[in-house]
Design a protein around this ligand. Structure first.
Ligand code: 5GP
Length: 371
């Protein structure tokens, strides 16, 4: 048995042996069979990941049963889109029958919500759900899970049907992703300081995921997600979106990238309470913020830059010096306290943000390489 394996560009450590998986399945079979006794259940596996679990589960199942599969997907490449679609449906008639869903892993619960949506319209006698693996720290939905094989921490795992970018499904044990090199950076600075431009270059250089709060808001509102609707209701009334909503959106976004090398947060956190929430959220994953890297530019230079940008950006708030100064005041009042917050932790790195794009990128790299 190999303790460390490599799939594509990533290393994984042995985490759960096949023996332990086997015991968990035996216990699941026992609980399900005790509950439904001599009825003939329809076991429905959720493809692709559950195919091995289903095969092992039903071979241990002591009485007659039917098997069916549905296929759901939330991934485009390796990135979860956050919306789950049904790609292949049921072929068995489940009218009046006891259906037991067999899921390989439940993480955020988005897939589970879709499963309940599909089955609530079907005339089944009763619906039960068993999952082999469950991540309680990430699961935030109020949906029932009847049987749990093994609860695991918030780690990305492969093996026993689960893949990393299509590899690893054939491993008989479970392996967890090695993430000790994760780099999480907050890119900080006034509006117009060049954060967007630099974030694009840094994400290429360090293979990080760039999370721009503005983009996350626009995505949620455009896709009419639950959180998008809540955010919009505040915005429509001219009110600020509460921190709790912004934080939830950010968490969902981060959770989409289960195998990331790290993140560049841009436009977040904006308040101390957001910073505290981010820290606590990363701590659950065994991660930290490595540093706040700030592009420091004098206000007068920024005003000129933004007015220049306003000639082509079409943004009305880029075209008047008065409006720009109002944005700066707001920044000073609310966001600048974060500088102190990270300074106290010894994690604030100010960088001269005046110069050519390349010069500024080099200054950033000097700091980030040493984080
Ligand atoms: P959820 O919708 O609960 O966030 O995630 C469910 C789906 O995401 C699973 O069916 C699985 O495809 C994928 N997933 C969640 N966590 C992991 C993990 O740790 N490893 C792998 N390989 N896939 C995962």
């Amino acid at each position: 048995m190999n303790n460390i394996i490599k799939l594509h560009d990533k290393f994984f450590n042995l985490f759960i042996t096949d023996e332990k998986i086997n015991q968990a399945i035996e216990s699941l079979v026992h609980q399900v069979h005790e509950d439904i006794e001599d009825e003939i259940p329809v076991f429905v596996g959720i493809l692709n990941g559950s195919f091995i679990f289903v095969a092992d589960f039903i071979r241990k199942y002591p009485t007659n049963c039917e098997i069916n599969f549905i296929r759901l997907a939330s991934y485009e490449g390796t990135i979860s889109s956050g919306t789950v679609n049904q790609i292949m449906g049921l072929t068995n008639d489940v009218t009046g029958k006891t259906v037991v869903i067999l899921e390989d892993i439940i993480d955020t619960g988005n897939t589970l919500a879709k499963i309940y949506d599909i089955f609530k319209t079907l005339p089944v006698k009763q619906l039960k759900l068993a999952t082999l693996f469950f991540k309680p720290d990430v699961f935030k939905k109020e949906l029932p899970i009847d049987y749990i094989g093994l609860s695991i921490p918030d780690r990305f795992i492969v093996g026993y049907g689960l893949d990393y970018n299509e590899l690893g499904r054939n491993l008989k044990d479970i392996y967890e992703l090695k993430t000790e090199n994760m780099k999480n950076i907050i890119l900080f600075g006034h509006p117009g300081a060049g954060k967007g431009t630099q974030a694009e270059l840094l994400k290429e250089r360090y293979q990080l995921i760039h999370i721009s709060t503005g983009d996350v808001f626009r995505f949620n509102i455009a896709n009419n997600t639950d959180l998008g609707r809540i955010a919009k209701s505040f915005m429509d009334n001219g009110e600020l979106v509460p921190d709790s909503v912004t934080i939830e959106m950010l968490k969902e976004e981060v959770n989409k990238y289960r195998t990331a090398n790290g993140f560049i947060f841009d436009g977040f956190p904006r308040t101390i309470s957001q910073a505290d929430a981010l820290e606590a959220f990363l701590a659950e994953k065994g991660e930290i913020i490595n540093g706040m890297v700030a592009l420091e530019v004098q206000e007068d230079i920024l005003v000129q830059r933004i007015l220049e940008r306003g000639k082509t950006s079409g943004r009305p708030d880029d075209q008047s010096e008065e409006k720009i100064r109002i944005r700066f005041n707001e920044y000073e009042n609310k966001t600048a306290v974060l500088k102190e917050y990270y300074q106290t932790k010894g994690k604030y790195y100010g960088i001269n943000g005046v110069g050519t794009i390349d010069e500024i990128t080099d200054r950033l790299k000097n700091v980030i390489d040493n984080l």
